[in-house]
Design a protein around this ligand. Structure first.
Ligand code: C5P
Length: 230
């Protein structure tokens, strides 16, 4: 069981993104393009990353009516990205539409975001008018069940919840873990973080690492250290 690291290109220009891709070179072959970079640069940055022989995860976290999400995912799949995200709370019909939009899931896998790693129990409770004592792990499993039923490739959850998801669904559901920090690293805006070792031990198929690499003085060394912990 291997855990693939994906580096988040959370920068504002395609030049900064491609500098990071080139800087990491062969050490990283999978990059995440998210809202900031995609809004600023459009699909061209995806093609540039792919032209360097690396895979792309397009993380736009679609949450809309089924027809719109199907179209968004179809357009993403046409760009040749390997992974796309949608919000699990969009509901079964939206999730099924995303899966249909992706077409052959061997080429572009749909990942359903369960509970954002930036949210704690109190925020989830107040946004969704739930009991403040709610158990995030139960919510993650509940949403993962809905997503699995709709036929998604995998889910996004914190490293704290990844073990339960794997226990419940095994290899039938891929797990991607963001909010990864080395022991004692800055939390930034994340609430439920895990170390690379914790995520790997929980059975994560992918981890996403952003600021722990982009903000490091030596980005290659930071990635090397993370790989050593997997
Ligand atoms: O800098 P940091 O490692 O916290 O960045 C995490 C990345 O993973 C960000 O690009 C964020 O958008 C993404 N992400 C997340 N939580 C999710 C899904 C994706 O933090 N549930």
């Amino acid at each position: 069981m291997t855990t693939t690291p994906i580096v988040a290109l959370d920068v504002s220009t395609s030049k900064a993104a491609l500098d990071l891709v080139d800087d990491l070179g062969e050490a990283c072959r999978f990059f995440k393009v998210g809202a900031e970079l995609f809004t600023a640069s459009g699909p061209s940055v995806i093609r540039e990353v792919q032209a360097r022989g690396a895979e792309v995860f397009l993380d736009l976290k679609y949450h809309d009516i089924p027809n719109t999400v199907a179209g968004g995912v179809r357009a993403a799949a046409a760009l040749g990205v390997r992974l796309v995200t949608v919000h699990a709370v969009g509901g079964p019909a939206m999730l099924r539409a995303a899966v249909d939009g992706a077409g052959d899931q061997g080429r572009c896998g749909v990942l359903a975001v369960t509970i954002l790693t930036s949210l704690g129990a109190a925020e989830v409770a107040s946004s969704w008018r739930r009991d403040p004592g709610l158990c995030i792990e139960d919510e993650v499993i509940r949403l993962a069940e809905i997503a699995k039923e709709a036929g998604v490739f995998g889910v996004v959850c914190s490293g704290k919840d990844a073990g339960s998801v794997k226990q419940r669904f095994g290899s039938s559901l891929a797990v991607l873990v963001p909010g990864v920090r080395s022991e004692g690293g800055a939390m930034h805006d994340q609430a439920r973080v895990s170390t690379p070792a914790e995520a790997a031990a929980a059975g994560a198929d992918y981890i996403v690492v952003g600021r722990a690499i982009t903000g490091a003085p030596d980005r290659r060394a930071a990635l090397r250290q993370i790989r050593q912990q997997l």
